[in-house]
Design a protein around this ligand. Structure first.
Ligand SMILES: Nc1nc2c(ncn2[C@@H]2O[C@H](COP(=O)(O)OP(=O)(O)OP(=O)(O)O)[C@@H](O)[C@H]2O)c(=O)[nH]1
Length: 378
């Protein structure tokens, strides 16, 4: 059977800042039956590689280690090769010995390039699919880490699931500050408190749009549109409805400090991150969508940390879903059916330094072409 004819192998990306508890979580995960047939790839930065020795070796788990550099920068090619080679390396009598892959990245990794490799590299994308990005965050130090390290903010912003570790050593104030920030950076990702790595595999698996074979994908869970709660910037009713968690604290430091209890560091990296969503009532002509995405990605692609959407395309009775990380889009997929009665197109965005208004401007650019569908809020 050709690789493309086989079901794609789900890949879970486990990331999180240095010392936030990735390996501890992984240790618990690999002992659970859902991960008995997982191949674990561990990327440890530097010469000395210890993590793989710390992960419990069960006879069924397969552990690969890549230590020649950081996955997200120097050895993306190695990841491609590793993923390509493991299929036959871990085969017995023609049968692949694993059914899913977990990649633990270094704490400093920007997950976006890894996600890009998974989504777009032809030799990877024809065999694997991203199941979800799982991110550990230390409740005791996470707030300070987000202040200091833009990588950590990016990790938190694109997560599909946030594992909050070390509640036993976190004080209430620090923890509350972190929760408020997460609500702004990434309101939709489920947040689970995890003590000493104890998390059930079901919480971190099947996070993506592609659910287990035979079942309709759980779009509502994937989109979590309701998490982008109504904001104060209501523009009244038009064809484009929007919700968001833009707290705007990047623009007004006095408000930001008051609102979030931070009295330091005006350069906090996540001040610029916005999370919001749109709904469009009318079906969208396919060519308009393509042109709009072109404009959007051309101008601000790198600052769209995440976009997900379910779209009603004119002339099609089936919904299309789009899913992107920065300027890279997963090839759009058509779902077999609408998940509910709601047939509006719905898009959620997590952006950096891009306001809702800027995205609306790109809608306006198409105003003349299709005033009905793309008329943005006045
Ligand atoms: N108190 C406490 N300590 C924890 C918890 N989870 C993990 N730790 C400890 O935190 C330290 C770092 O955990 P690791 O799992 O190695 O973290 P990591 O993210 O893999 O670290 P790097 O690979 O260095 O990036 C270890 O000493 C763990 O035992 C927790 O819930 N509570």
């Amino acid at each position: 059977m050709s690789p493309s004819a086989s079901p794609l192998i789900p890949v879970t990306l486990l990331t999180g800042f240095l010392g936030s508890g990735k390996t501890t979580v992984l240790n618990h995960l690999v002992r659970q039956p859902e991960l008995a047939d997982a191949l674990v790839i561990i990327n440890e930065f530097g010469e000395m590689s210890l993590d793989h020795m710390l992960v419990a070796h069960s006879t069924e788990n397969l552990i690969m280690e890549m230590s020649s550099g950081c996955l997200c920068c120097t050895i993306r090619g190695d990841l491609v090769q590793t993923l390509r080679d493991v299929a036959w390396r871990f085969s017995r009598e023609g049968q692949r010995q694993f059914r899913r892959v977990v990649i633990e990245t270094t704490g400093l990794a920007d997950p976006a390039p890894i996600v890009h490799t998974l989504m777009t590299h032809p030799q990877v994308a024809n065999r694997y699919r991203l199941d979800g990005i799982v991110v550990t965050l230390d409740l005791a130090t996470g707030d300070a880490t987000l202040d200091l390290h833009p990588e950590a903010v990016r990790q938190a912003a694109i997560a599909d699931c946030l594992l909050l570790t070390k509640a036993d050593v976190a004080d209430t104030e620090t923890r509350d500050a972190l929760m408020r920030r997460l609500a702004a950076i990434n309101p939709a990702a489920p947040r689970w408190e995890v003590l000493h790595g104890e998390v059930s595999a079901s919480k971190v698996l099947a996070l993506g749009l592609f659910s287990t074979q035979g079942k309709a994908p759980d779009v509502e869970r994937w989109l979590r549109e309701e998490a982008y709660t109504d904001d104060a910037h209501s523009h009244g009713h038009t064809h484009v409805h929007h919700h968001g968690n833009e707290d705007g604290h990047g623009h007004d430091d006095s408000v930001a400090h008051h609102h979030h209890g931070h009295h330091h560091d005006i350069n906090r990296h996540d001040d610029h991150i916005r999370a919001f969503c749109f709904a469009v009532d009318e079906p969208i002509p396919a060519e308009i969508l393509a042109a709009w995405l072109d404009v959007l990605l051309g101008f601000i692609g790198a600052d769209i940390l995440r976009v997900k959407g379910i779209l009603n395309i004119e002339g099609s009775d089936k919904p299309m879903v789009i899913h992107g990380v920065q300027h890279i889009f997963h090839p759009p997929a058509t779902l077999p059916a609408w998940p509910s009665e709601d047939r509006r197109s719905r898009l959620v965005f997590i952006t950096r330094d891009v306001s809702r208004e800027a995205i609306e401007e790109t809608f306006r650019a198409f105003h003349n072409v299709l005033p009905q569908a793309w008329e943005a809020a006045a």
